[in-house]
Design a protein around this ligand. Sequence first.
Ligand code: TXA
Ligand code: MG
Length: 312
Amino acid sequence: MTQRLTPDPDGIRRAAALLRDGALVAFPTETVYGLGADATDAESVARIFEAKGRPRFNPLIVHVEEIAAAERIVRFDATARALAEAFWPGPLTLVLPLREGSGIAGLTAAGLPTLAVRVPAAPTARALLAEAGRPVAAPSANPSGRVSPTTADHVIAGLGGRIAAVLDGGPCTVGLESTILKPQDGQIFVLRQGGLPEEAVADLLGRRPDVPPATGLPDAPGQLASHYAPSGQVRLNVTAPEPGETLLGFGPVDATLNLSPSGDLTEAAARLFDCLQALDRSGTARIAVSPIPEEGLGRAINDRLRRAAAPR
Ligand code: TXA
Ligand code: MG
């Protein structure tokens, strides 16, 4: 059962408590309803992909209450700060370098060195973020492949029964996802057109933002193999590793690192990017990976692993 909560102080407190307990709570922003989870807890974030039936781990937008909270998890250059000061709270997402030790779960950014961050303006979202006291990862609250929800009824129609609660704050005022900008090397790339018009950005900066180069225009950058490839060679579906290979295990196997000794796919999804990064940091040259069942989150895990293993 999905609870429908009223955004009064009691409803906000209950929604925030659910988030802190690792549950999924949909909430209205001014753009669309987001499907929120504690961005610092990988298993909670893994549940987002499970509930949406997302076959791949797209990186997620992290929602925070104010600029100061964003500064603790990503690095701003002067342009990014000007954009944030002008348009936050509001329908703008900034993709910025993730800080070391930010506490954000690796799965949230799908293993990327950057993180998408926004400060939403809708009062319900702001109240929830203040009460939760932590960054909240939230994609649009729709099943994968369906349109973004702009009312609590849309959310229930798509995800009812699969999420703990939805905060019903009425219809979204913008109803279109946030504009995503990525300041990089003196340019400002528009990764997604959205609720903040490009003209407003141009007025502030005194010039039009830049069109990203064709290769750098990932509507879903999580799908680019290169983002996920560790520097070592990766061999999949390995039951007996060869001498010189380091086994990334799944299930009850003798392995250096194990995605989930008990064979739990939610735990494995939560640990995947952190394990790949750990193997990379340790300079492992040959990585063997245990078979992962091609079901549920296993499909997304295998998708990512196949990309990591693809010849390059
Ligand atoms: O209005 C919105 O932005 C809504 C509300 C809930 O905040 N959220 C939303 O999230 O639309 P989602 O997951 O449906 O779309 C996020 C987009 C994806 O296309 C993803 O690829 C991109 O943001 N994205 C996330 N992190 C990124 C990163 N590090 N670099 C580039 N793109 C990124
Ligand atoms: Mg979406």
